[in-house]
Design a protein around this ligand. Sequence first.
Ligand SMILES: NC(=O)c1ccc[n+]([C@@H]2O[C@H](COP(=O)([O-])OP(=O)(O)OC[C@H]3O[C@@H](n4cnc5c(N)ncnc54)[C@H](O)[C@@H]3O)[C@@H](O)[C@H]2O)c1
Length: 314
Amino acid sequence: MRALVTGAGGFVGHTLAINLLRHGHEVRGVDSFTDYYDSRLKHLNADRAIHAGMDMIVGDILKMNLREILADVDVVFHQAGQPGVRKSWGSDFQTYVDANIRVTQALLEACVDLKSIDRFIYASSSSVYGDADVYPTTEKTLPRPHSPYGVTKLAAEHLCTLYARNFAVPTVSLRYFTVYGPAQRPDMAFTRFIRAALDGTDIPVFGTGEQVRDFTFVDDIVQANVAAAERAVEPGTVLNVSGGSSVSVNEVLATIAELTGKDLSISYLESVKGDVYRTGGSAEEATRLLGWRPLVPLRDGIAAQVEWASQSEW
Ligand SMILES: NC(=O)c1ccc[n+]([C@@H]2O[C@H](COP(=O)([O-])OP(=O)(O)OC[C@H]3O[C@@H](n4cnc5c(N)ncnc54)[C@H](O)[C@@H]3O)[C@@H](O)[C@H]2O)c1
């Protein structure tokens, strides 16, 4: 396939790009290296993908001639976005609107009437659910985001569905549940916890640590994207991509202590506005339609991330 990976300097984007290249696909990557976190880390990510053969375009998607960039592409893996629940309040909201809603709309609009596009895969999020009444959440659960970030991810997901219905753009939205693994973003919990464990520094935990998350290893996320590109699915399809672990943050910390052999120094802080108490998704529909299921058990995935962190500067 000839793929366009947006957000190719990011955590998920570069991991996906490298995997596609290793399987003989052509990859064009796009990233503007935003300052949400240290852009040097994004350049390191992108460099690894460029080294593996990615053709990289640096710039803001909102300022690009997208028709030109998409001209010879079959599959769009749209991973670019402004992540993070905590920062999405206040004046930063505009950045979320631009990076998550407007960028997605611009890409979709550019795909209208482009017959070469076989699939447009959008990186949606479990944050569209907010605090649900029943767990695990399924794609039929009413989405009720609990953060401005979740609102923007849901809005972009709706755009994908309506460009599919109105203009037959072949979209699939994958709702990722907390992704972890090597090169996880530095603002995310596992990276912060593992780095602090290895360095012997204090670990700030937001809330009681009893909040439950469905963690998904990044290679499983990559495989879901590949399956969504290759399987025949109805345009506008929305699927949960969840790792199947319903585990508390405190349980994760205990696993990290065990795997690093360190005693952890943990400070519990006030919980953050916008954080939900629980995420947990059913992946049954992704299994039915894509033949996908998560393969990496949480402990193995954390071990891989610990090993990676002990050899990297993150
Ligand atoms: N990591 C997770 O746990 C998780 C969970 C659910 C959904 N998602 C979604 O998956 C996607 C990837 O997440 P990630 O963790 O890899 O984030 P990331 O921040 O590491 O990667 C996103 C990349 O998009 C780029 N970008 C942002 N705006 C851009 C623009 N206008 N033009 C070009 N590039 C732009 C950024 O520079 C960044 O490198 C995001 O859309 C995110 O919302 C991630």
